[in-house]
Design a protein around this ligand. Structure first.
Ligand code: MLT
Length: 408
């Protein structure tokens, strides 16, 4: 008899964004005359930058000739891409990361979800609340949590991110081994300063813990004083893994490419008191379970680092940040407290005591605008909604006009 992994039964019936998509489809079927504007899931709407498209085509052309054709690539990613990433995203910012510490992948969702496989089942895990659901759900699937009781899983140390702490997680009061952090934050759009990240790195070093640092929204940082990578913090190479993505930076949500940085100094500890290289473990995992990202996609990602590519992605991101400014101004005019949107594509809006799913329904039914209910990101998210700046300027402006009508 084939038995199920019953940890799946502890999960909510469906993944947050699938649930929202279903509700929106149902609404659209019932109201075919309403043009729904989607500011829910953070999915980009603008085309790939021209430099990326040219390189993508060239990559396909290479596959069309025997002389330049590529079969299986390195599971870690082609060196031509990893060298550019190391130089531009890390060394240029004074972060000492080498090409062979970078693992190219099909995106940060998969890597943040898969990375927990490297750890023992009984580790203590700290997860912010609200949080990108992938970190939590993948640990539930792996059997690291107890039951879901009153909006929370047993055996998880939740780090409340609330108005009182400016939505920034505080160091845990009980010792933990694994810490998930995401800056600029999804969903709240807040950012940690160097001083704040320094405290986390010090904590991890003192406790032989590891930080899984999701920096998928790094390219939205406008404030030069904010850290772009955790490796700007001294000592982070020993205790932090960083996840990055071309999805929001360069419009790759449908193209799929990201990468994970695992410094050679990171260690994990064995029950016999010895330690092992985390880089070695992830390399072993990837070479067993992953065959790399397609060659044309890696050529396309490489073009992000050309001077044209850099100018084009700056313009792309700036356009979404201008949308975020328009959303922030509308929320302020309507009298809604909010954070985020200044160094992030997400605006976290206080629903003034409304349940977040009710607020979601109100915006959908009265304005035809889709947001993400904060409660989908955790118990502390409940009185909030997240509005995404990923859409065309005209759609964002129309959505804001509709909200002004619906919420006045
Ligand atoms: C989001 O809306 O939170 C993101 O699009 C999710 C993701 O990147 O997987």
């Amino acid at each position: 008899m084939i038995r199920a992994n019953e940890n799946y039964r502890k999960l909510k019936a469906s993944y947050l964004f699938s649930d929202i998509a279903r509700r929106v489809d149902r609404f659209q079927k019932e109201h075919p005359d309403i043009r729904v504007i989607r500011l829910g899931i953070g999915d980009v709407t603008r085309a790939l930058p021209p430099a990326v498209v040219t390189a993508f085509h060239k990559g396909v052309d290479d596959m069309a000739e025997d002389a330049t054709f590529r079969g299986y690539g390195p599971e870690q990613g082609y060196l031509f891409l990893r060298e550019k990433i190391a130089a531009h995203d890390f060394q240029a910012r004074g972060a000492d990361i080498a090409a062979d510490e970078i693992f190219v992948s099909d995106g940060a969702k998969c890597d943040t979800g898969n990375f927990q496989e490297l750890f023992a089942k009984d580790i203590r895990i700290a997860i912010p609340d609200p949080v990108y659901p992938v970190y939590l759900d993948t640990n539930v699937m792996a059997g690291r949590t107890g039951k879901f009781v009153e909006g929370r899983y047993e055996n998880i140390v939740y780090l409340d991110c609330v108005k009182e702490n400016r939505f920034l997680p505080r160091l845990p009061e009980t010792p933990v081994d694994l810490i998930y952090l995401c800056f600029p934050n999804n969903p709240t759009g807040t950012c940690a300063t160097k001083k704040e990240l320094t405290q986390w790195v010090a904590y991890a070093r003192q406790n032989k813990a590891l930080i899984l640092f999701d920096a998928a929204y790094e390219s939205f940082i406008r404030d030069d004083a904010l850290p772009r990578t955790i490796y700007e913090i001294e000592g982070a190479r020993e205790v932090a893994v960083e996840f990055r993505s071309f999805s929001k930076t360069a419009g790759f949500t449908g193209t799929r490419c990201g990468f994970t940085v695992v410094p050679k100094e990171c260690r994990v500890f064995l029950s016999n008191g010895e330690s092992a290289s985390l880089h070695g473990l992830w390399n072993r995992r990837q070479s067993t379970k992953f065959n790399g990202v397609s060659y044309p996609v890696q050529k396309a990602a490489e073009a992000v680092y050309t001077s044209e590519g850099q100018a084009q992605i700056r313009e792309l991101v700036a356009g979404y940040l201008e949308n975020a400014d328009i959303i922030r101004k509308t929320m302020a005019d309507l009298g809604f407290d909010h954070v985020g949107g200044d160094n992030s594509p997400y605006i976290w809006v206080d629903g003034q005591g409304r349940d977040s799913w009710e607020f979601f329904d109100l915006l959908l039914h009265n304005a035809g605008v889709v947001c993400t209910p904060g409660g989908g990101f955790g118990r502390c998210g409940n009185p909030y909604i997240r509005i995404s700046a990923f859409n065309s300027r005209s759609n964002v402006m129309e959505a804001m006009d509709r909200l002004k009508e619906a919420l006045k």
